[in-house]
Design a protein around this ligand. Structure first.
Ligand code: SF4
Length: 334
């Protein structure tokens, strides 16, 4: 029997609508992410993530750069949200994550966002991938409700920096099928210095524990050989061990177990403010990367993927060319 995402059951039970109401209420004094700014986004007041009431979508498109068991033959239907609740000085997508005035023009209605989901499903994408969704969770679920009513049936991926609120994640229980969080830092000072966030390790680890509680540690694989439910933790190795890779992997082994699925990445390259930042102004050395891979072996964390070191040579940022607003979007969608 083919996989049926549980959000469909929640929709028919009226529970999806109740979740929308609970999430929207949080926008009144925004505590959607751990920053807990307290601004009224229902009235379009903006704060740290520069995001008001309407969602900002920078692009949407079938995407083939994710992990192989997600991409399949037709790709992940990624929806890239503009703005961000982090300020990573090395962000590869800084042109959409930290370009708030320009992104304002990419605000869309809930109806438009639901149509993007349906369009990606029609184009054969295996899943919908919400990329940098944290600051727009209420808006995403509100749009999802519309899309389900019009026939959306494919699994949902929550592709996040992991600076997520556990309270918000609980409201996503049974809605999100696949969690794809980063685990960016092990040292909170590094998180503040390079992403301007407080207590990243504490919040990200609590968020990942909640994600694992919801979807378990084992990936559920469907008849088509692709992931239908589960947790995949991404770890980008940074130069000079700024990501605290050893601590991160040890924490995963101890708290989540060695059966956890990991995606370890070598693709870091200096960009944005990192080009002139000591310690981050170079790529990861092969020896640095291989030490992280060796640790995976030592800890017997065997499920998942590790990029070839050569990935750091050819990787190009997603949004290098900003002349592609609404990639894949019909000219006159309404
Ligand atoms: S989502 Fe934005 S406004 Fe809300 S708490 Fe986070 S940073 Fe602040």
């Amino acid at each position: 029997m083919s996989f049926v995402p549980s959000y469909i059951k929640l929709y028919h039970a009226g529970e999806l609508h109740r979740r929308v109401e609970s999430l929207e209420a949080m926008l009144g004094a925004c505590n959607i992410c751990p920053h807990e700014c307290g601004n009224n986004r229902l009235r379009d007041e903006i704060s740290r993530c520069y995001s008001g009431y309407l969602p900002v979508v920078s692009a949407y498109t079938p995407h083939f750069g994710e992990e192989p068991l997600l991409v399949g033959t037709k790709g992940v239907g990624n929806i890239f949200f503009g703005n961000c609740n982090l300020r990573c000085i090395y962000c590869q997508n800084y042109l959409i994550s930290q370009n708030y005035r320009a992104e304002r023009k990419n605000e869309v209605s809930f109806e438009q966002l639901s149509k993007m989901m349906l369009d990606l499903q029609e184009r054969g994408c295996h899943e919908i991938g919400f990329v940098s969704p944290t600051h727009f969770v209420p808006q995403i679920i509100k749009s999802l409700e519309i899309a389900v009513g019009k026939g959306l049936t494919i699994p949902l991926i929550y592709n996040t920096n992991a600076y997520d609120s556990v309270e918000v994640l609980r409201l996503l229980d049974g809605i999100i099928d696949i969690y794809l969080p980063d685990l960016k830092y092990s040292d909170e000072e590094m998180g503040y210095q390079y992403s301007k966030i407080k207590e990243y390790p504490r919040h990200a680890r609590a968020a990942i524990i909640e994600m694992r509680r919801q979807v378990g540690s084992e990936l559920l694989i469907g008849e088509d050989g692709l992931v239908k439910r589960g947790l995949i933790i991404r770890h980008l190795v940074l130069p000079n061990d700024i990501a605290g890779s050893k601590d991160a992997l040890k924490w995963i082994k101890t708290e989540l177990g060695s059966e956890t699925t990991m995606s370890v990445m070598a693709q870091y390259f200096p960009t944005h403010k990192a080009l002139t930042t000591p310690l981050l102004d170079r790529k990861v050395r092969q020896g640095e990367y291989e030490r992280v891979l060796a640790l995976l072996d030592t800890l017997r964390i065997e499920n998942g993927w590790a990029q070839e070191y050569e990935a750091s040579e050819y990787y190009k940022p997603e949004f290098e060319d900003r002349n592609r607003p609404f990639k894949g979007c019909p000219d006159n969608f309404d």
